[in-house]
Design a protein around this ligand. Structure first.
Ligand code: CUA
Length: 343
């Protein structure tokens, strides 16, 4: 009998293989590429994320053990399968199924469930009352940040003292969002009309990237923020700055920029502390010069991007709620100079 493959079948398989290979390779490369810059839950930097990472590793090693066991059983079955000339010893199949198929899974599931409950309780154990409370409001598509009892606001960046659990109160101004700092804590959904709470704890100083983790519309991906963990004295200084007026302009260009800001359309939506601009639609800009990005992670915060954003932010972050601004070409550098001086 001819056992060779039909040439048609073979070339079809080869065609499929040629198509599949780039997809598989692309997927692998994409996942490796993501892990290069994205914050990882497996690189925890605080009490909350350490709990989650610990549970992840327990699940990983249990899965690995089960996988290896299944592969060994498969190999064993292939080697000792029933065929002419090989005598099969009949063991006690019922006992084997009872132990490996019911007993062992039951132990694993009960263990994992108990560990999950333990960690769930630990994640629910928030900070003691009396500490600082940071209020975060999710907007399409940026984060408003305030400290309870302090007048000012900032955007897309919040500070916490290292080594302390800090209460975070979460609200949404419009739709569902989700507050997630992979290296510090699990996700908490922001539900319109409801007050939610979580806490953050960092055991080493640094900047940790956070991300909206619930699809909330066209610019969901550009709804990132930064958590800066710093010594208590630096944190206190940040809170003091939030409650203080923005720096006054020091050069003529900055003065002209301030005038253009408060008298133009900017002040209708944005506030700058210590000036007559007190719009509440967009982010408070009192410290915009020191922010890590423009547009909640859309572009770097430098003069060129800032000018481009003011003139027409739709080219940078399409769909955001800031319409193109009718700013005079010779006023634009002054506006940029003023905003960059707000640090
Ligand atoms: Cu906000 Cu996704």
């Amino acid at each position: 009998m001819d056992t060779s493959e039909d040439p048609g079948t073979r070339s079809r398989w080869q065609r499929w293989r040629r198509r599949l290979l780039p997809v598989v390779l692309g997927g692998v490369l994409a996942s490796v590429g993501c892990s290069g810059t994205a914050p990882s839950v497996l690189d925890p930097a605080g009490a909350g994320a350490s709990r989650i990472a610990g549970l992840w590793w327990v699940l990983f090693w249990i899965s690995m053990a089960v996988f290896v066991e299944v592969v060994l059983l498969l190999v064993w079955a292939l080697v000792f399968r029933r065929r002419p000339g090989v005598r099969v010893r009949h063991g006690q199949p019922l006992r084997f199924v009872a132990i490996a198929g019911a007993g062992v899974p039951l132990v694993i599931l009960v263990t994992v469930y108990s560990l999950g409950l333990r960690d769930l309780a630990a994640l629910g154990d928030g900070p003691a009352p009396g500490g600082p409370v940071i209020e975060v409001t999710g907007h399409k598509w940026w984060w408003e940040v305030r400290v309870a009892g302090v007048a000012g606001a900032t955007a897309n960046e919040l500070h916490i003292p290292v080594g302390e659990k800090v209460r975070i109160r979460l609200r949404s101004a419009d739709v569902l969002h989700s507050f997630w700092v992979p290296q510090l804590m699990s996700k908490t959904d922001l539900i319109p009309g409801e007050d939610r709470e979580t806490w953050l704890h960092a055991d080493r100083a640094g900047s940790y990237r956070g991300q909206c983790a619930e699809y909330c519309g066209t610019q969901h991906a550009h709804m990132t923020f930064l958590v800066v963990a710093e010594p208590r004295s630096d944190f206190d200084a940040w809170v003091t700055r939030l409650g203080s007026p923005a720096p006054q302009p020091r050069t003529d260009a900055q003065r002209r920029g301030q005038q253009a800001f408060v008298q133009g359309t900017c002040a209708g939506c944005h506030a700058i502390r210590g000036t007559s601009a007190n719009g509440r639609v967009g982010p408070d800009l009192s410290d915009v010069g020191s922010r890590w990005s423009i547009g909640a992670g859309a572009v770097p915060n430098d003069g060129g991007h800032l000018g481009g954003w003011i003139a027409n932010s739709q080219t940078v972050k399409p769909g955001n709620y800031m319409p193109p601004q009718p700013v005079d070409a010779d006023r634009l550098p002054d506006l940029v100079a003023y905003l960059q001086s707000l640090t």
